[in-house]
Design a protein around this ligand. Structure first.
Ligand SMILES: Nc1ncnc2c1ncn2[C@@H]1O[C@H](COP(=O)(O)OP(=O)(O)OP(=O)(O)O)[C@@H](O)[C@H]1O
Ligand SMILES: Nc1ncnc2c1ncn2[C@@H]1O[C@H](COP(=O)(O)OS(=O)(=O)O)[C@@H](O)[C@H]1O
Length: 223
């Protein structure tokens, strides 16, 4: 018997069907692809491109999107620092369960704090947490502003908006960083910076394919 958090006298219950059995069934390995970046950077778009491409290869994935999870499990949380941390912690725990189920879990939330992302990484076996930084400058995200939230934040109608009057801590070490850079003309071009290898890419589906190649090379797309 042990005490865990606020629970006392609880005992872990094992099931004879384990992660390995589920992975065998699915012919893949469970893991977490953690997308992080400013609002409007393209996390949800890349998450969908990833899920679509995995699906077409017969691989099971599931997206945990910050906006969507805030409609249910996390509907009690605000955007205060403590609540953002709790949002990330809960999504990290749910992602861990999906990975244990053998699913390729794709999370898509701003997750602005390094220590919270690190804590989620620490929940998983080494290698199974793949952090992807969608490094798009604030000006680009703000110009996109598909929900009009940056406009409201600039007008002072939303307080504590990430990138405006709330912090975003870029990852110190992540598996992938997809970044924008300025061309001489002043136009933005998309550039990819990889820990593993460098190559140019332009679209969310290109970025998705790069992550999928990594999964393939690292054995996640077979049992
Ligand atoms: N690579 C890209 N190039 C150009 N536009 C893009 C790209 N990726 C996404 N977009 C567009 O940017 C907008 C924001 O994308 P998306 O909703 O995926 O961002 P997000 O990071 O999930 O934002 P949020 O955190 O607010 O949910 C959308 O209108 C989308 O179509
Ligand atoms: N104050 C805010 N800061 C950032 N995003 C906000 C804020 N208020 C509403 N949003 C919306 O909420 C979404 C971000 O939610 P999460 O990804 O769940 O954020 S996180 O910071 O806790 O990781 C974005 O789609 C954004 O449009």
């Amino acid at each position: 018997m042990s005490n865990v958090g606020n629970s006392t006298n609880i005992l872990w219950h094992d099931c004879p069907i384990q992660k390995q059995d589920r992975q065998q069934l699915l012919q893949q390995k469970g893991c977490v692809i953690w997308l992080t970046g400013l609002s409007g950077s393209g996390k949800s778009t890349i998450a969908c491109a990833l899920s679509r491409s995995l699906h077409s290869r017969g691989k099971l994935s599931y997206i945990l999107d910050g906006d969507n999870i805030r409609h249910g499990l996390n509907h009690d949380l605000s955007f205060r620092a403590e609540d953002r941390s709790e949002n990330i912690r809960r999504i990290g725990e749910v992602a861990k369960l999906f990975a244990d189920a053998g699913v390729i879990c794709i999370t898509s939330l701003i997750s602005p704090y390094q220590k919270d992302r690190d804590a989620c990484r620490a929940l998983l076996p080494k290698g199974d947490f793949i952090e992807v930084f969608i490094d798009v400058p604030l000006q680009v995200c703000e110009a996109r502003d598909p929900k009009g939230l940056y406009k409201l934040a600039r007008a002072g109608k939303i307080k504590g908006f990430t990138g405006i009057d709330d912090p975003y801590e870029p990852p110190c070490s992540c598996e992938f960083r997809f970044s924008y850079s300025f061309q001489k003309t002043g136009a933005f071009i998309l550039q990819i910076v990889l820990q593993q290898k460098g190559s140019g890419c332009k679209s969310p589906s290109d970025m998705a394919e790069i992550v999928i190649s990594y999964l393939e090379e690292n054995g996640y797309l077979r049992a």
